[in-house]
Design a protein around this ligand. Structure first.
Ligand code: PPE
Length: 303
């Protein structure tokens, strides 16, 4: 926290922290995997780039460089002796000023790491999950910044998630303000139709996921055609396969949307193929994607 290593139980903030009241913070979700090269953080640089972009979009100068955050993360993983973990850097307007204007409030930066298993359950990754199209639309660029990963924006995801869980589904799918398919509460979405992979474009109101970029590249490298375009709600129901990606969730098949079974209600062959290749990339088993790994130096691990 702000440059100090702090024990888990002491990692506390004041109740008048600006970001707690107004959502004025930005964060990242990153994973490190146990690979043959050592503990390796997947696309660490890309996540840190996005953290800095999110901060810039909310006029929040970060008091550390990317390299400082990168090496602090290495040391943190080393000190905790974790072979694999979830990594949550967060920068937020801290304690000192109340009132909406965040510009006078300090900027606090923390990084936390912990073991986090399958976000939507092991069974979800294996068998696929059920999803419901939410009555809540994904935030639009008219009011907020879909491209930023900012704390307050997640009220939108939380409403959609609550609605889907209360209705008995595992995940929510949000449409954008025009009614096009946008993304999950914390995942990007794809469908397979006519042997091609379709996903909303980067300028739709999606969070431009790091795993989205990875899966598009992996799919193309495997010879699949990937089409970025507007997707109608009904296409979800008619698709041969639907799946989602995100750092926490990894690649999760969707077996049912609004009670329509997708492709017979079980994960399809393209989803399975991509899931395997993606898992290989995450775990450093593919030389081609080796550059995506930021290996935690052994010195940090021994510290
Ligand atoms: N859309 C949203 C809204 C989102 O939150 C995420 C990540 C993605 C897409 C996928 O982005 P990427 O991880 O870069 O491929 N959601 C993070 C937070 C989840 C949470 O519950 O917290 C994550 O997966 O870490």
């Amino acid at each position: 926290m702000n440059g100090e290593f702090v024990a888990w139980e002491d990692a506390k903030v004041h109740v008048l922290t600006h970001g707690l009241h107004y959502g004025t913070g930005v964060f990242e979700g990153i994973r490190a995997y146990d690979t043959a090269h050592g503990t390796a953080i997947f696309r660490h640089g890309d996540h840190l780039d996005r953290l800095f972009r999110s901060a810039e979009l909310y006029y929040m100068p970060l008091p550390y460089s990317k390299e400082e955050l990168r090496s602090a993360t290495h040391e943190l993983i080393g000190r905790n002796g974790l072979e694999s973990c979830y990594i949550r850097p967060i920068a937020f307007r801290g304690y000192g000023m109340m009132g909406i204007n965040p510009l006078e409030a300090p900027v606090d930066v923390s990084i936390a790491v912990w073991r986090w298993g399958a976000y939507l359950g092991e069974e979800g990754k294996e068998q696929g999950i059920t999803a419901k199209v939410s009555s809540w639309r994904r935030i639009s660029a008219d009011s907020l910044i879909p491209h930023a990963k900012a704390c307050g924006q997640y009220l939108n995801s939380a409403l959609a998630k609550i609605e889907s869980l209360k209705a008995g589904y595992q995940e929510a799918i949000l449409l954008d303000d025009l009614g096009h398919v946008c993304e999950g509460s914390g995942e990007n979405i794809y469908l397979v139709m006519d042997g091609k992979i379709h996903t909303p474009g980067q300028t739709a109101s999606i969070l431009d996921g790091i795993n989205r970029k990875s899966i598009i590249q992996i799919a193309r490298d495997l010879g699949h055609e990937v089409v970025e375009r507007d997707i109608a709600r009904a296409e979800l129901y008619l698709a041969d396969e639907v799946f989602m990606t995100g750092t926490a969730a990894e690649l999760v098949p969707v077996r049912e949307v609004d009670d329509h079974p997708i492709g017979g209600g079980r994960p399809g062959p393209i989803t399975r193929e991509l899931q395997r290749s993606f898992d290989d990339a995450l775990h450093g088993r593919t030389e081609r994607y080796r550059e995506w790994l930021d290996v935690v130096p052994v010195a940090s691990k021994a510290a």
